[in-house]
Design a protein around this ligand. Structure first.
Ligand code: SAM
Ligand code: SF4
Length: 456
């Protein structure tokens, strides 16, 4: 049972990054294609397995809450015009890779990847299979919007190798669904889940969002209970990111229809407790999974990793992002592709690559990234492991941070042992606050101002 005192809530409810990367994306700077090429080539000798992320930005309709970088269109030709660019980018990555490097993970994200025609998905998969080695246990996942497809799609996907699935659900309550222009019956959701199971998909995930208009503690509890009855393997429960200043479509959501911060907090804690009581493990940062799911097993074995796709059971891979806005993460580099469709296409047309922002991590960045990833993924950090990796004593390197950790220990968020840090029950919910102690950029004068979300 996760319980918080008023004092802890007011003390630790601050704004902070979600650490899908460290340093976080706003810290990165503009790069040109020559730099991207140099960074890719410096990684050519890597023997690490590969993870490929393919971004499909298109959606037929806009859900009013959506904060993703999408292209709304009903014109099917949008995808036939886009796919050749993906193929060219894949080719460019294939050219610089070391022979016989295996792809352990492929993920199609969006937008809505099921905007693509089946033949287009197959074309991309064949293009990848012709250029890289895939194993029998390669994870091939896709995000699906159940409103814009039918369960038979899952048979097709499974037939060409897909074995992981994420379904957007958000909320089952009809009033909430109408208010956000996303009408999706619970039967539709359930039919997709059943079809996915029958087709052999594993690690099936549902996305939910709390903080949407007209949600109440009771209404969201009913959604949670319905989801528990369906029992997907994994859950992502996101805090609604409401930025009407930046996203014009979100202005159709009136602020007075949103649950207030106190209700949101009640919903969050109730949701965490209900999923925990129903047998789900709290993986951290909005994610849950059943004990036999790979995410839970990876957390137990301390092989869990966190990147732009959220938590992943496979660590130690080089991630290459394909498509507009996609992010690559390998060695000591982050690269993000052009964020607008036209800019992306122009870049690939002229140079076959489209990186526009990125960062080469310093030695200090790497030590902090390692530390933040251990805390956020495993709720545990071993000082010896740090010393073996970086040939420095953790307590010496982070002497200042270490003294700041004492207060978190007194508040019950962590336990500091002679050889390790263990993140305790409430510290797991507040893990961002713990990571923020190791974030060197938060206090720097020259760090660009960023609107992060609240940690709780
Ligand atoms: C890129 S969408 C992919 C799924 C697919 N397009 C769909 O809607 O079913 C990934 C997830 O991001 C989440 N999301 C989108 N906008 C959000 C926002 N403003 N705040 C919090 N979560 C959001 C939703 O849960 C959504 O399912
Ligand atoms: S939530 Fe999914 S379907 Fe809706 S607009 Fe965003 S990406 Fe598209």
């Amino acid at each position: 049972m996760y319980q918080f005192t008023e004092e802890i809530i007011s003390k630790y409810s601050v704004i902070g990054p979600r650490y899908t990367s460290y340093p976080t994306a706003p810290i990165w700077h503009e790069i040109d294609r020559k730099t991207q090429n140099n960074w890719l080539e410096s990684n050519a000798g890597s023997e690490r397995a590969i993870s490929l992320y393919i971004h499909i930005p298109f959606c037929r309709e806009r859900c009013l809450y959506c904060g993703c970088n999408v292209v709304v269109t009903r014109q099917q030709k949008a995808s036939s015009e886009y796919v050749p660019y993906l193929l060219r980018e894949i080719e460019s990555i294939a050219k610089v890779r070391q022979r016989n490097r295996v792809i352990k993970q492929i993920h199609f994200g969006g937008g809505t990847p099921n905007f693509l025609l089946n033949s287009e998905i197959e074309q991309i998969m064949n293009h990848i299979k012709d250029r890289f080695e895939l194993n029998t246990d390669t994870e091939i996942g896709i995000e699906i919007d159940p409103c814009s497809t039918h369960p038979q799609l899952l048979d097709f996907l499974s037939g060409i190798g897909f074995n992981r699935l994420s379904l957007g659900v958000q909320d089952i309550n009809e009033t909430v669904q109408r208010a956000v222009n996303r009408i999706q019956s619970k039967e539709t959701t359930y039919e997709h889940l059943v079809a996915a199971r029958q087709a052999g998909f594993k690690g099936i995930n549902f996305d939910l969002i709390y903080g949407l208009p007209f949600q109440t503690l009771q209404s969201f509890r009913e959604t949670v209970d319905e989801v528990i009855r369906m029992r997907p393997d994994r859950l992502a429960v996101y805090n609604f990111g409401y930025l009407p200043d930046r996203m014009i479509h979100q202005r159709k959501i009136k602020p007075e229809t949103l649950p207030n911060p106190a209700t949101k907090l009640e919903i969050l804690l109730d949701t965490i407790n209900r999923f925990s009581e129903a047998g789900y493990n709290y993986i951290g940062m909005d994610h849950f999974s059943l004990p036999d799911d790979e995410l839970s097993v990876a957390q137990k074995n301390r092989t869990l990793y966190r990147n732009f796709m959220g938590y992943t059971p496979k660590s130690g891979m080089d991630l290459y992002g394909i498509g507009m806005t996609a992010i690559s993460e390998f060695d000591r580099y982050f690269i993000q592709n052009e964020k607008k469709l036209k800019g992306y296409k122009d870049a690939v047309d002229s140079e076959s690559l489209s990186g526009s922002r990125g960062l080469k991590l310093s030695d200090d960045d790497q030590r902090r990234k390692w530390t933040i990833m251990k805390l956020i993924c495993h709720f545990y950090l071993d000082f010896d492991e740090f010393q073996k990796t970086f040939e420095q004593r953790f307590t010496d390197y982070f002497a200042d941070e270490f003294s700041n950790l004492k207060e978190l220990e007194e508040d019950g968020l962590i336990e500091i042992h002679s050889d390790s840090i263990v993140v305790k029950n409430i510290g797991q919910i507040l893990v961002r606050n713990i990571c923020m102690i190791f974030d060197a950029y938060l206090m720097k004068q020259d760090t660009p101002p960023v609107k992060y979300s609240k940690t709780i």
